[in-house]
Ligand binder design. Structure first.
Ligand code: LLP
Length: 381
């Protein structure tokens, strides 16, 4: 991050999220270029960051949206996404959300159980509409990421089990208000091993064979999101080349079929930093604490997933010392980093907690009745 920005940050009340729009635009440009090479359809996972300004930029690249609540659908529509490019996922869609999504004429419901498909069918019937659906299948693939964001193994609540697929198809055949369009997968997030995506592609190819044997033509194959970023190198872009080429090479696409992807983190993570001010330096028994004015309410990832985010002191470049960087919340998990090396740090210094554009601002809470963090964009400074 540019060091001359520190003076500008000093004028803004902390903590706040800072979004570098050059990074976001460059990332979107790259994803667009890669997706066009393969004619893949991109649905940005709104859950990663639903800030309207960010959504507006992502939409301007022609991407669709993957939403997980009706509120997300509404936000996406407000930010210019077309309903025909919106898919609706989630293991627990409510009747009200289903009705609203049908009325908004979104493109597809990614369904996770027979029970859900039956409810969608009945609501669509009442509205005299037809719902396009895809089956989210649990492919039983270990994503080798944090267990809280692993979603495609036997114990996961997500997706339809393969042993149930035959029953699902039989049930769909009896329903008059749903049309099966394709299959959907999402096996986890922050996946850094390309071998995991290779396994997913092989599994999808096998499942395609099975659907053919049942005389079902699938128009869409949605592989979900999950591409990880390098939290140790906040200025490094995700490896889109490798990811897209792997899918292009491995997935056996059939005539008339379209591949859909739902990247979230890989699009927005590296453009965002949480900017915070040091309140106090405090000596502990074994460490020195830098107590900052941002807490787990502003960025919960370190507390919830033991996630690593690089921290930079933008105000100091003196000799280094070790610090635990902690927030003001009444929980010991309110710790951003332990025993990290920083230039000698003092009260009033500005720190940047990097790679925080995904699952940062959107997961902020008002615990301890704290204010929500603000958002500042590079073109406003
Ligand atoms: N599609 C579906 C159906 C999803 O559930 C998700 C993320 C995505 C796409 C986007 O995945 P991504 O490309 O961002 O990995 N709060 C956690 C991450 C939770 C991800 C949930 N689902 C974190 O901070 O690491």
């Amino acid at each position: 991050m540019k060091n001359n920005i520190e003076k500008k940050f000093r004028e803004i009340p902390t903590p706040f999220y800072y979004y570098d729009l050059d990074v976001l635009n460059e990332t979107c440009r790259k994803v667009k270029e890669e997706s066009e090479k393969s004619d893949f359809s991109i649905h940005y996972a709104v859950k990663a960051n639903a800030n309207p300004r960010i959504l507006g930029i992502i939409e301007s690249y022609g991407f669709g949206a993957d939403c997980v609540s009706y509120n997300e659908i509404e936000r996406a529509l407000q930010c210019g996404f077309s309903p025909k490019d919106i898919v609706f996922a989630g293991v627990g869609k409510t009747d009200r959300e289903i009705e609203s999504a049908l009325k908004a004429r979104i493109s597809c419901f990614n369904c996770e159980s027979i029970a859900e498909i039956e409810v969608i069918d009945s609501i669509a019937g009442r509205l005299e509409m037809n719902a396009t659906i895809a089956l989210r299948i649990n492919p039983y693939i270990e994503a080798h990421t944090h267990k809280y964001i692993t979603t495609g193994i036997a114990e996961s609540k997500f997706g339809i089990s393969t042993w149930e697929l035959k029953d699902v198809l039989e049930r769909i055949a009896t329903l008059g208000n749903v049309t099966l369009d394709g299959i959907h997968f999402h096996i986890g997030s922050q996946i850094t091993l390309m071998s995991v995506f290779k396994s997913l592609c092989s599994r999808v190819n096998e499942l395609q064979e099975w659907f053919s044997s049942q005389n079902i033509d699938l128009k869409s194959i949605n592989l979900g999101g999950g591409l990880g970023i390098d939290y140790n190198n906040p200025d490094r872009a995700p490896d889109f080349d490798e990811y897209f080429s792997l899918i292009r090479e491995l997935i056996r696409i059939r005539p008339g079929q379209k591949i859909h992807l739902e990247p979230g983190r890989s699009i927005v993570a590296q453009c965002g930093s949480l900017i915070t001010k040091v309140l106090y330096i405090k000596k502990g028994s074994n460490t020195t604490f830098a107590v900052v004015d941002a807490g787990m309410t502003d960025l919960i990832r370190p507390a919830l997933y033991q996630a690593h985010h690089e921290i930079q002191n933008l105000s100091s470049d003196g000799k280094t010392a070790k610090y635990d960087v902690v927030g003001p919340i009444c929980e010991s998990s309110d710790t951003f980093a332990k025993f990290i090396e920083l230039p000698e740090t003092s009260r009033g210094d500005i720190l940047a907690i990097r790679s925080a554009g995904a699952y940062g601002e959107i997961m902020a809470s008002r615990y301890n009745l704290r204010d929500l963090p603000g958002a500042v964009f590079s073109d406003e400074l």
